[in-house]
Design a protein around this ligand. Structure first.
Ligand SMILES: O=C(O)CCC(=O)C(=O)O
Length: 284
């Protein structure tokens, strides 16, 4: 693509121009992953989850991080917050990119076993794009990461969500719709907003939420709540519908960490704002 680095990038401009399909989105993906020498060394629970990924679009890894690693991250986060070195977003419960300040969080986000799983899923190298720490439930509307972080070709992002404490229904667990990664990727051209902009991002966001709600209603599916134990991990497909459920126990915390990982060698951009996604550094 030619254009200034700050130019607009949107799905309608770039769709179809990239090459390749993520490994577990391909017909032969499971056979290919089974032939990968790294697969044989995985615990059975993870092997089964990976074999089911093409149907489900997610993978649960119970007890993936041990209690000491989780406790160290929570302690460091609390210390940095008390010292004013990390901050909650002014509009919602997000703390962005805490791993840049907190080595214990970076260790979770760049855990070699997690990176290996994501590389197995995509069949390419992956790099961490961002982390989000939540102390409280996000209560975020149902969405797919693809609207926020899109790739060309599509499908080259994985989300990793880590429970940093035991999380029950009242704390507003993350929810997901199994199999919803096969819903159409909802992009700007599906929302009835003018192209090219201007439009208000808030209007576009509202139109997106309405479109997702109608897709969910058409599917007739019920969300699954990811009630979790500290250290449990949920990996999700680029287009899996998920969000944060309502916090029904006032004052409940819901400590958790999300990482979003892009594959190497794909175009990465934010469909919501039609901007290129700037990777923080070269892949490590
Ligand atoms: O943790 C949550 O409640 C939702 C997080 C999420 O949807 C995301 O980061 O993509």
């Amino acid at each position: 693509m030619k254009g200034p680095w700050f130019g607009l990038v949107s799905h309608s401009q770039v769709a179809g121009r990239g090459r390749g399909v993520a490994r577990l989105d391909r017909e032969d993906g499971v056979a290919e992953i089974e032939a990968d020498p790294r697969f044989a060394n995985l615990p059975e629970q993870l092997q089964d989850g990976l074999r089911r990924w093409p149907e489900t679009g997610y993978l649960v890894a119970e007890g993936f991080f041990d209690a000491a690693a989780v406790a160290a991250a929570n302690e460091e986060i609390d210390r940095l917050a008390a010292a004013g070195r990390i901050h909650q977003h002014h509009l919602d419960p997000r703390y962005m990119n805490v791993h840049r300040e907190a080595p214990t969080v970076e260790k979770l986000a760049k855990d070699p076993r997690a990176i290996e799983l994501m590389e197995l899923i995509l069949g390419r190298g992956v790099g961490l794009f961002q982390t989000i720490y939540f102390k409280l439930g996000s209560q975020q509307e149902a969405h797919s990461d693809a609207f926020h972080m899109m790739t060309e070709p599509p499908g080259f992002l994985v989300g990793m969500w880590v429970a940093l404490e035991d999380i029950d229904e009242g704390a507003g667990p993350v929810f997901y719709l199994p199999g919803s990664h096969r819903f159409p990727y909802v992009m700007t051209e599906d929302l009835g907003v003018p192209e090219p902009p201007p439009y208000l991002i808030a209007d576009k966001g509202d139109a997106y939420v309405r479109r997702m709600q109608s897709l969910i209603a058409e599917s007739g599916q019920e969300p699954v709540m990811f009630t979790a134990k500290a250290g449990d991990v949920l990996f999700w497909h680029h287009n899996l519908t998920h969000g944060g459920s309502a916090v029904t126990r006032p004052g409940a915390t819901r400590r958790s960490l999300v990482g979003h990982y892009f594959a190497a060698d794909v175009l990465c951009y934010h469909e919501v704002t039609e901007r290129g996604a700037l990777m923080p550094a070269a892949f490590e």
